[in-house]
Design a protein around this ligand. Sequence first.
Ligand SMILES: Nc1ncnc2c1ncn2[C@@H]1O[C@H](COP(=O)(O)OP(=O)(O)OP(=O)(O)O)[C@@H](O)[C@H]1O
Ligand SMILES: [Mg+2]
Length: 425
Amino acid sequence: MTVSQSLDKRAMLDRVTEEVCKVLNIPRCSVILFSENKREGTIEAGYDILHFPGHGVGDKITVSCQPPLQQLIESRKPVVIQDAATDLRTCYIEHLVAHFGISRIAFIPLFSREDLIGVMVLDRTGIDPPFSDSEIHLMMTVAEQITVGVKNALLYDQAARHLETLEEQDRQLKAYAELLERKIDDRVREVRRLDRLSTLGELSAAIAHEIRNPLTGISSNAQLLRDNVKGNELFSELSENILIGVKRIDKIIDDILGFARPTPAFFSKCALDGLVPQTMSLFESQCRQKNIRLEVNCAPSLPELNLDKTQIQQVLANLILNALQATPPGGRISLDLTAEEGEEEQEGGGKRHVTLRITDTGAGIRAEHLDRIFDPFFTTKPEGTGLGLSISDAILKEHRADIRVHSEPGKGTTFILRFPPCRNP
Ligand SMILES: Nc1ncnc2c1ncn2[C@@H]1O[C@H](COP(=O)(O)OP(=O)(O)OP(=O)(O)O)[C@@H](O)[C@H]1O
Ligand SMILES: [Mg+2]
């Protein structure tokens, strides 16, 4: 029996107890390991003891309730009971003695160097002969081997636990490295985008500026034409069309210049639960015409924020208009305002962020477009300029607010705007 080489503690002890039972021709054998303070023991393995409640593998035993164990701890010597039925030391396990018909019990100490780490318990039933000195001696030798095996197994357990910790740390490090990589990627993309935007912004501002002069000429000529062709239906219509086109180009130029050279924001204290319904009311008639339900839900007592009202109204208008354009008749657009506790108090006061969700039941945004909708001039609309969201994004950045989008094609879109708490001046 090479017990000391086996590393799985329970499997090793199971094998040993079974082997001991065979060699000594006894029905049961178990191994109890003591806690550090020796007040408690745990049944670590046992041959043929499994089916007795409270005395099965894994069960705990209080040493003070077991006189033979106490005696063994005090004397550090084997305790052998040759007449279990009458010996007072078995009073606490009477039921076991009776149940199995136990006649003799031997408790063999397990020492690791000087330290008493546990006990091996063996019993005999009925008319089986008493334990002889040579049998006890043999058991003491087996006990020595068991102790070495248990020590090895404990060391092995410890090493396995260390390995697990190391593996866990390795996993965490890898996850952290991946997160860092993703963050760096995001930053690089953001920097490139900003770089592209500033070049694009400057370029488009220059072009817009150049277009505006000839456009003024076209506009006044078309007006002159319209005023001089009164009565000629075809010419009147043509000149009217020119003026509509010019107006549209003018609006685009305004948008481009607004994006490329934004006007500085003028912040003042303002509550969104006033501004949101006010802006929504501008779209009521369009919604009615298109049979779209427009709702607003405001949580009570929202904190005031530092906002440039005109700019935020422009953002709201852009988002509501987009929702209106995407939503088919019979649909719904809802604006929900809530306040949430932020993690850290902002300088000068409040902690509560305000969140605005603009949800529509429209066409949704295709996954491959989600990354591009905030790029200037990205549009999927024949008449769109693709500047609404980029202007809104720039305004929100000025407000230290962020904007995110969730969209499911065919189901709808939600834009989520999160405003930081108000900073006191
Ligand atoms: N609520 C929405 N539902 C579906 N698609 C949307 C929504 N909001 C934005 N989009 C998509 O994002 C694109 C960019 O929007 P953005 O407002 O910047 O430009 P636009 O609406 O196309 O033109 P405009 O400059 O007139 O606003 C849109 O063309 C559309 O494809
Ligand atoms: Mg738009």
